[in-house]
Design a protein around this ligand. Structure first.
Ligand SMILES: Cc1cc2nc3c(=O)[nH]c(=O)nc-3n(C[C@H](O)[C@H](O)[C@H](O)COP(=O)(O)OP(=O)(O)OC[C@H]3O[C@@H](n4cnc5c(N)ncnc54)[C@H](O)[C@@H]3O)c2cc1C
Length: 446
């Protein structure tokens, strides 16, 4: 297809804040969007956050109106619990194959009443709660899920694992449960694609030191977000997973497997200095007599009002910042002992804490490799999507017609993510207008 003709319809891959922003921008400009999200509902990592730096706004209060707008938009078609398998064609006319995973629930019949989840007898550690809270074997990601349709977790469902139960089927008032549902492949044609697949965190189990992944009171940043969240497993109260006790001291450790070319990722994860300051602050807001310690290499707080935010943590909330690397964390008499070196004083330091929160590295989303192959675009040396040009074309991938937005390109905070999503959208809309203009000329000629 020539550069001057094309289908003014977009595919957005990934339904986090980047993908949602891109979808809304394109749809509000009058064009159709297909939004493909691999999880059962949209929202991405922002849905898991408690409050956001530097304003301490409630993350869900900002996000929920957006997810609802996306869900109800007449020009956005949601393909949740779905993944892109392959594409053919070129800019202007890509033929996309999308795999729709079986939810074992007929979403056309389901009204989202929630009875199946309420009555399901199988409680399982919830991935959405980052395993510090429980969910059910039939679930929606959150109470405000968009779409508000459940899926059955085959690995834990009693019917799939033991051949008995069928409670959800019995209680469903619309007979929507369908244990026989199979995956489906659908084909769609679009003129442009935005890749917004976001990020993941370096797994605690892969860190291989500090007792990460073994000691329940050594948490990841996202686990701590769930503890802080009013809709999380402790309704926002900071409690140790091991015994439910309120921690009197918490040690926060930055740069865990970031800026660590030997054992982890060579790059700076960019958001951890800010979210650690936020974590320490929010802990102090909930546990006034508590003490927060932050171990850091140096503080990178470039962003509007960011430096002031970190200063506030230090000065108003008495968070104690210790410049130095942590060498060891171990258990002694019920406490977590954190050994480090204070590189400003040159002395070794020991902190005895009830909980440790690690700022583990931001890494590329799982499946990026397969998606890059399917789309025919390149990844960079760290596994994020490569931009066409580092300086002047940061929103374009290495293939014409395919754009990148958000943390899929590199670790980013929310404002930068949203800005890049709108930037990628501008590129898409320029092409759509060009193609539309070209079509109207054709019509005039005939
Ligand atoms: C602990 C922590 C605290 C944070 N706190 C803040 C804060 O206070 N303020 C702030 O500005 N930023 C904060 N951030 C950063 C913020 O989470 C990110 O900026 C934001 O989530 C990036 O959005 P995104 O849409 O690019 O990616 P994501 O939120 O990761 O969304 C990507 C979406 O794509 C989906 N996806 C992935 N691969 C595929 C695929 N192959 N096919 C289909 N779908 C796919 C995922 O399921 C996900 O829904 C924090 C991050 C962490 C880890």
């Amino acid at each position: 297809m020539s550069q001057n003709k094309g289908i003014p319809r977009a595919l957005v891959i990934g339904g986090g804040i980047a993908g949602m922003q891109a979808s809304l921008d394109i749809a509000n400009a009058g064009f159709e969007v297909l939004l493909v999200e691999r999880k059962p509902s949209i929202g991405g990592h922002m849905l898991q956050l408690s409050e956001t730096f530097p304003t301490l706004d409630c993350a869900q209060c900002i996000l929920t109106p957006r997810t609802v707008e996306v869900g109800q938009h007449p020009r956005i078609q949601l393909y949740t619990y779905s993944e892109v398998v392959s594409i053919e064609g070129e800019e202007g006319n890509f033929c996309v194959r999308i795999r729709r995973k079986p939810a074992y629930v007929n979403w056309d019949l389901c009204t989202g009443c929630g009875l199946c989840q309420e009555k399901c007898p199988t409680k399982v550690p919830s991935p959405f709660e980052e395993y510090v809270g429980l969910g059910k074997a039939i679930y929606t990601l959150s109470p405000q899920a968009v779409p508000n349709k459940p899926v059955i977790d085959r690995e834990h469902c009693r019917y799939f694992t033991r051949g008995k139960c069928r409670v959800c089927e019995r209680v469903c008032p619309t007979e929507a449960i369908d244990y026989e549902q199979q995956e489906r492949i659908v084909e769609e044609n679009v003129g442009a694609i935005v890749v917004a697949t976001g990020f993941d965190l370096y797994a605690l189990n892969d860190i291989g030191e500090y007792g990460a992944g073994e000691d329940p009171d050594i948490l990841s940043g996202l686990q701590f977000e769930r503890l802080l969240s009013a809709s999380g497993p402790t309704a926002g109260a900071v409690r140790r997973p091991s015994d439910g006790k309120e921690p009197a001291e918490i040690a926060f450790v930055q740069c865990v497997r970031s800026r660590d070319p030997e054992h982890g990722m060579p790059y700076c994860s960019r958001i951890c200095c800010m979210y650690t300051a936020k974590h320490a602050m929010l802990y102090k807001h909930r546990v006034h007599h508590g003490q927060a310690y932050v171990f850091y290499i140096d503080i990178r707080s470039a962003g509007k009002n960011y430096e002031e935010f970190v200063q506030r943590a230090m000065e108003e909330d008495d968070v104690l910042y210790i410049r130095g690397r942590v060498s060891r964390i171990f258990r002694q008499n019920g406490k977590l002992v954190v050994w480090g070196a204070d590189t400003l004083t040159g002395k070794s330091i020991e902190v005895r804490a009830d909980m440790v929160v690690l700022a583990n590295a931001v890494i590329p989303a799982p499946g990026n490799q397969e998606l890059a192959q399917a789309l025919g675009i390149e990844l960079d040396e760290n596994g994020f999507f490569r931009e066409a040009d580092d300086n002047l074309r940061p929103m374009e991938s290495t293939r014409p017609g395919i754009f990148i937005a958000g943390a899929a390109q590199t670790p980013k905070d929310i404002p930068d993510t949203v800005a890049q999503a709108s930037g990628a959208t501008a590129k898409v809309l320029t092409r759509f207008q060009q193609w539309n203009g070209d079509r109207s000329n054709e019509t005039e000629e005939h």
